[in-house]
Design a protein around this ligand. Sequence first.
Ligand code: 5SP
Length: 243
Amino acid sequence: MTISLQDLSPQAQQEVAATRETVAALHAELPRNDLVVWTAGNVSQRVDTDDGAPELFVIKPSGVSYDELSAASMVVCTLDGEKIDDGTAADLQPSSDTAAHAYVYRHMPNVGGVVHTHSTYATAWAARAEPIPCVLTMMADEFGGDIPVGPFALIGDDSIGHGIVETLRDSRSPAVLMNRHGPFTIGKDARAAVKAAVLCEEVARTVHFARQYGDPQRLEQRDIDALFARYQNVYGQQKGTAS
Ligand SMILES: O=C(CO)[C@@H](O)[C@H](O)COP(=O)(O)O
């Protein structure tokens, strides 16, 4: 039976509304940071519902221009990737990557946000199926090592989700370059996943340029560990809130 938003508790409905606002606003960060062309990228966030409420997440509709996205047009789905009766038009389809995002939420309970882009430099590394080596302090800070490559997977079902989970489950990196596709990033929420997508593109670009003129060397593992620990635990205004 299809879940109806109207049947959820007032608190759950409020959480859905707040998540829709957040996810709609974060989609604007994709073109703002030159991470997407046309409609080729998506952001989702898990809804922080109370015990007993169905587990849900919010994602953009498929193929709709970023300029046209609004909180009201964000699609609400179950963790099986099924759209609920969320007040949007019945024929408004969620992102084509919905099953992939749903798979990640089902299998990585600490993940609260997922982002996919086709940002140019990161996607060029993905096209070569080449991990980005950890040759920069920014990479050690945010990714804790190399940015890994995931398997090739077709679009539309949860195959991409399998690839993301198998690659990132035991990795410190919040980014994976899906083979011949592009970057997917995860985070404690959608904002953290967007940040990882922005930094992934930045380091992909910088390391690409560095390799045109020289042979950048991987940081020592002990330095990567020290940088990662500092950034994750000390950097910023409050412990554990690097943003
Ligand atoms: O990778 C692909 C297609 O190559 C998708 O990620 C789309 O580029 C974004 O699709 P929607 O989120 O608009 O369905």
